[in-house]
Design a binder for this molecule. Structure first.
Ligand code: NAP
Length: 472
């Protein structure tokens, strides 16, 4: 199996690494704990690394993933023009080389196997299922064609097979992006960047083709609160101009009443960058990104598809909350992208708080669970950068270790080979590490031919066919 990984991560196979949890040194001890990790995004891999690296335990980790591919949002969420952020996958790949680690993709917990199935075969189960839905705005017209959630749009340009066939119509002069977080900036950037720049990335080919035909000249990003309350981060705000080459427009009047000195570091830095942008005059004909603050979406207009959006002007109350002034403006647009935050989705059979969108837990231990744990966005909600999940995962593993120490129990681990046979019976098209290695190799080879990091396979059929090729 290690050899299979070497095909696609030659630079990460050689050295044992405590941080990545990877090791090529055979361990004479038999595993003394069987763990299932549900989900293969950053939280899942940080949990796996923490479990595999426990000094006084010999843990075996099976990672179960709905998609045929690992890495979660590192593959399907991080924008294609952010290769540095994506390089964290190298660390996860190192974890995956560990002799006590197995990957089983194309397998959905709650559909193909149940919570009870896992509890019967593993000593501990850690749910790292992320937050795969996005928050609705709850305004009239949201159902119209031409209104898309960031989840769908981001999945579409990143080659997530669930979003390969969604309709993205860019035959409009203006797009409106709702939200002031980093996802809003990601989608604004992809819309505003000349396609030739994106052509050197791993953006999905179908998205690149559509972007080449885009008629969008202006991307308006609206935030319901002020510049100092925006949740995007300074490097992302700065690169909005750098990576797109577009004019980023900010009305200086929106910054006039802000007292920079009294702001915390992050917002102060953001406001300074916005002040730089506020001095820019748009070049005629070039693409532009307009950042508008204290602006809420009120209603989306159109008959069968969106033709305009009604915006409302807000003021801030004394606690930094948006208050509607009642002032309205209608702006024509053919595309509204909702980037108002993500949301967790219930794993069938596992407790779920529908209001907060997380699995109820205390320090990572699922409420009412039986040696069941949670980490990442499904534990704390969709906040923080990729690295935030490392501490989150380690905290959960601490809780798990403390529970094991406090109440030792007879193992309920089934034989590894028997578990694999059972999984294959439930899901004959299971994608293991060798299958993913075949997908990865095919994508990289196609990328080499075009001078790109990879050309993604973007349909379930293509992904499964590539994985199958390893068995032929
Ligand atoms: P986010 O930072 O929570 O931003 C959500 C935005 O939507 C906020 O501006 C929020 O405004 C707004 N919003 C929520 N409900 C709204 C409504 N009903 N009407 C209008 N606006 C509404 O979430 P995100 O952008 O989805 O990002 C998720 C996490 O991933 C963040 O921690 C982010 O930093 C991270 N991320 C990082 C990167 C990167 O490092 N490059 C890239 C992408 C994502 P309020 O603040 O007023 O609630």
């Amino acid at each position: 199996m290690v050899a299979a990984w070497a095909v696609f991560t030659p630079e990460f196979t050689a050295e044992p690494d405590a941080d990545g949890g990877g090791s090529t040194v055979p361990d004479p001890r038999a595993p003394d704990l069987a763990a299932a990790v549900v989900g293969s995004g950053p939280a899942g891999f940080y949990v796996a690394a923490a479990l595999l690296g426990l000094p006084d335990r010999n843990v075996r980790v099976d990672m179960l993933e709905r998609l045929p591919t690992p890495w979660g949002l590192v593959r399907a969420g991080v924008a294609p023009d952010h290769p540095k952020i994506k390089s964290i996958a190298g660390l996860f790949a190192r974890t995956a080389t560990h002799e006590r680690f197995r990957f089983f993709g194309n397998l959905e917990v709650g559909t193909h196997v149940s919570r009870d199935d896992l509890r019967a075969r593993y000593d501990v189960v850690v749910y790292c299922a992320g937050a795969p839905d996005d928050r609705a705005l709850g305004i009239p017209g949201e159902h119209l064609r031409g209104v898309l959630g960031a989840r769908d749009f981001v999945g579409w340009y990143n080659g997530h097979p669930d979003f390969r066939d969604i309709t993205v119509d860019l035959a409009t002069d203006r797009a409106v992006v709702v939200g002031n977080g980093n996802v809003a900036l990601d989608v604004a950037r992809v819309l505003a960047t000349p396609p030739d720049r994106l052509a050197t990335t791993d953006i999905a080919d179908h998205a690149l083709d559509t972007l080449r035909g885009s008629l969008i000249h202006e991307v308006v990003v609206i935030g319901r609160r002020g510049p100092a309350q925006a949740t995007f981060t300074s490097p992302e705000l700065r690169e909005l101009a750098e990576l797109t080459g577009a004019a980023v427009l900010v009305d200086p009047a929106q910054l006039a009443s802000i007292d920079d000195e009294n702001l915390p570091h992050g917002p102060r830095h953001n406001v300074q960058i916005l002040r730089d942008y506020a001095g820019i005059r748009p070049v005629n004909g070039g693409r532009r990104v307009a950042l508008r603050f204290l602006t809420s979406p009120i209603e989306i207009l159109g008959t069968d598809r969106v033709s305009a959006i009604v915006l409302g002007r807000n003021e801030l109350d004394g606690h930094g909350r948006a208050v509607d002034t009642g002032e309205r403006q209608t702006v024509s647009t053919g595309l509204v992208l909702r980037a108002a935050g993500y949301r967790g989705v219930a794993v069938p059979g596992v407790p779920f708080d529908d209001v907060t969108g997380v699995i109820p837990n205390r320090d990572g231990r699922i409420d009412g669970g039986d040696r069941e744990y949670v980490a990442g966005w499904i534990k704390r909600g969709p906040t923080g950068i990729i690295g935030t999940n490392k501490k989150d995962a380690v905290d959960t593993v601490h809780t798990l270790v403390a529970d094991l120490a406090a109440g030792p129990r007879p193992s309920r681990a089934a034989e590894p080979a028997a578990v694999e046979a059972w999984l294959r019976e439930r899901r004959p098209e299971l994608v293991d590490l060798a299958g993913w290695a075949a997908i990865d190799a095919a994508e990289r080879a196609a990328g080499d031919r075009q001078g790109r990091p990879r050309v993604k396979l973007c349909t379930w059929e293509e992904l499964l066919a590539a994985a199958r090729s390893v068995r032929v």
